[in-house]
Design a protein around this ligand. Structure first.
Ligand SMILES: [Zn+2]
Length: 272
């Protein structure tokens, strides 16, 4: 883990990671949730925040409410997606009324009190801040989304919609499956190696390759003009650290979902 750039917070009984540079920005509220600690039992290790078939919608709603409160985003409208491993980016233009989740894998906004959230359990969550234009984004980047360039596309959308300058963007990559555990077959390895040479290890004894999705994101950030010192990677593997994170590869359909959430508050109260 990158201890220099990230902090483990515990607020109102909820544990989540934050990126230090994001914390230094007064209106930005954000966090990468862990599996600790779910309602109603504060010791529960199933702080599931995702739309999974095995959990009760009322409990998920309560967990989400608690998470937003712990992030000091209790007044924000939670914006989630039906994530489909696409490169579709949504621009959120108001925080009024109801939000009905649309298909897509990234959210961007300049509106205050809109909590952008992506749900993951191995896929890489990415949060972005544009400190010059007061804009934020949340991206769900699994292997399909990464291959279809969901992160570079999100950056492009921010450039067009908000006049964002990539050289001023700060980007945080959260907990997800890393090369140590991300075995893929030769078809997937070939797709990535063709575009991002060096992102897959050589075939191991079992005939599998190991894909380094974070490395692919890093190469994409090179092309997008993100400065190296503006890239922050928590660098923890969800499958290696099942005590702390949900992992779809480890737990299958019974896995819960973490949430990576970011929003702009309308005031600076309640900040660290
Ligand atoms: Zn691992």
């Amino acid at each position: 883990m990158n201890k220099e750039e990230f902090l483990l917070r515990e607020v109102q009984g909820i544990r989540y990671y934050t990126c230090r540079i994001f914390e230094s920005m007064p209106q930005v509220r954000h966090g990468f949730s862990t599996r600790c600690c779910g309602a109603p039992d504060p010791k529960s290790d199933s702080f599931n925040l995702g739309d999974v078939s095995w959990d009760f919608p009322a409990r998920v709603s309560e967990n989400r409410r608690r998470f937003l409160s712990a992030l000091h985003l209790e007044n924000a409208l939670l914006i989630t997606l039906h994530q489909v491993h696409s490169n579709h980016v949504h621009i959120i233009e108001d925080n009024a009324g109801q939000w009905n989740p649309a298909d897509g894998d990234a959210l961007v906004t300049r509106v205050k009190n809109a909590a952008l959230a992506v749900q993951t359990a191995d896929c890489l969550p990415v949060l972005i801040v544009d400190p010059m234009n007061n804009a934020v984004a949340a991206v769900h980047s699994g292997w399909r989304g990464t291959l279809s360039r969901i992160l570079p596309r999100t950056i492009r959308v921010m450039q067009r919609a908000f006049d964002s300058d990539p050289s001023t963007l700060e980007i945080a990559v959260g907990p997800g499956i890393r090369a140590c555990c991300f075995e893929v077959g030769s078809e997937v390895a070939d797709l990535f190696e063709n575009e991002y040479p060096g992102c897959c290890s050589a075939m191991d004894q079992s005939g599998k390759y190991h894909l380094d999705l974070a490395k692919v994101l890093d190469i994409q950030m090179n092309f997008s003009g993100i400065l190296r010192h503006h890239r922050h990677d928590l660098a923890v593997c969800t499958r290696c650290k099942q005590d702390e994170f949900f992992s779809y590869r480890a737990e299958g359909p019974a896995a819960g979902r973490m949430m990576a959430t970011i929003g702009l508050a309308s005031d600076e109260a309640g900040k660290w």
